[in-house]
Design a protein around this ligand. Structure first.
Ligand code: GTP
Ligand code: ZN
Length: 359
């Protein structure tokens, strides 16, 4: 999204737990653990190297980075997380269990997991009714959404520039009959307002999609001109100067919270095994009937996938897209060390083969 996207100031409106996205999912955790009594919930609205910013009904402050002592891969508090604060200082004591999470592998550093955003309700997967429309890309975003356990909504923009927008809607819908497909002219208020059902008070949403598909245009309308507009919050940098930094979680006119972080663009297809099994459930089920456990569905005998293609029961192109994503996921999920070892082994194998040929 372009930097001139207008931001409403979360401090402007009265802050309530529910308005911040508090749900029974979180309340239950409080109720079930006596040790948490008396702690105050606040939501992480921004994450920097220097620390977090949290917002709650009676708190709006910077905090040092928080790592939940219970540990694990996802122990760092990230944007959208709920923390429980000590009433005095305030200090973060506990992180509440998330209901959804976008994460990625940081490139080049082996297995380190980077958390992008937590507790997101809806991901708007935006594409246009033109050459940007690409079924493989939609499947890729869908896989990321399913992995994160966030409800996907397809948003098809620029119908006003297309001869037959319905054809695009039909193609998107065919990917998954259970997903809502909205076809909207992003430049009109009526168009953007079609997204309001997912943007109620306390909902958390995020937009993904290629550059130029209309994400900023939609957000501008949803931000609303009448709300107090800022470019972010002022923070002192190390040299004591005021720098303006955008918050990564900010509020739309309807009361929803928008995740706006560059991390969303850099999501890679690592660790999306579950996502792939949901998006391509029919194909993974089918592959369980292949004779070989590790069937690549190429030329193996007894391949159930190939057989189903031959009988005309499944779409061969979809199978190819699935195989490509599965391969990409496996490659991304490998650590750098494993990748190097694999390359080395391959190099050795080629050398030996060449030697054998020469002989
Ligand atoms: N005619 C028409 N133009 C649109 C529509 N949606 C977006 N546009 C135009 O497409 C251009 C790109 O829109 P943006 O909102 O900047 O796209 P973006 O997805 O935010 O792009 P990035 O900021 O690069 O990620 C702008 O000139 C918009 O006015 C639409 O539904 N109809
Ligand atoms: Zn097979």
């Amino acid at each position: 999204m372009s930097a001139d996207t207008k931001r409403s100031d979360p401090q402007a409106a009265a802050v309530t737990l529910r308005g911040l996205g508090w749900k029974s999912h979180f309340q239950q955790q409080l109720n079930e653990d006596e040790a948490l009594t008396g702690l105050r919930p606040a939501r992480v609205t921004s994450v920097r190297r220097s620390g977090l910013h949290v917002l709650g009904p009676d708190v709006d402050t910077a905090l040092p980075p928080f790592v939940d002592p219970e540990g694990g891969d996802g122990a760092n508090a990230t944007i959208g997380d709920w923390l429980l604060l000590d009433s005095e200082l305030p200090t973060a004591r506990h992180m509440l269990e998330r209901f959804s999470l976008f994460k990625r592998r940081s490139p080049g550093t082996g297995r380190a997991v980077q958390l992008i955003a937590a507790n997101v309700d809806t991901v708007f997967i935006v594409t246009s009714c033109n050459q940007d429309f690409n079924v493989a890309r939609l499947e890729r975003y869908l896989t990321l959404a399913r992995q994160a356990e966030v409800t996907p909504v397809f948003v098809l923009t620029k119908p006003d520039l297309a001869d037959d927008p319905e054809a695009y809607v039909e193609q998107a819908q065919a990917l998954d009959r259970s997903i809502v497909v909205e076809c909207v002219n992003a430049k009109t208020e009526a168009g953007a307002n079609r997204l309001l059902p997912w943007c109620g008070a306390g909902q958390t949403v995020v937009f993904v999609g290629s550059s130029g598909v209309g994400k900023s245009t939609l957000v501008k309308t949803l931000t609303g001109e009448e709300s107090i507009v800022t470019q972010g919050i002022r923070e002192d940098d190390a040299k004591g100067r005021h720098t303006t930094s955008a918050r990564e979680l900010y509020q739309l006119a309807s009361g929803a919270w928008l995740v706006d972080t560059p991390g969303m663009r850099e999501l890679s297809l690592a660790d999306v095994k579950d996502g792939l099994e949901i998006v391509f459930a029919d194909l993974s089920d089918l592959s369980e009937h292949c004779r070989f456990n590790d069937c690549a569905h190429e030329a193996e005998p007894g391949c159930a996938v190939k057989a189903a293609i031959a009988r005309g029961e499944i779409d061969a192109q979809r199978v190819e897209r699935w195989k490509k994503l599965v391969q990409e996921e496996a490659h991304n999920a490998m650590s750098l060390v494993e990748k190097r070892a694999k390359d080395k082994a391959l190099g050795k194998m080629i050398k030996t083969t060449l030697k054998g040929k020469r002989r």
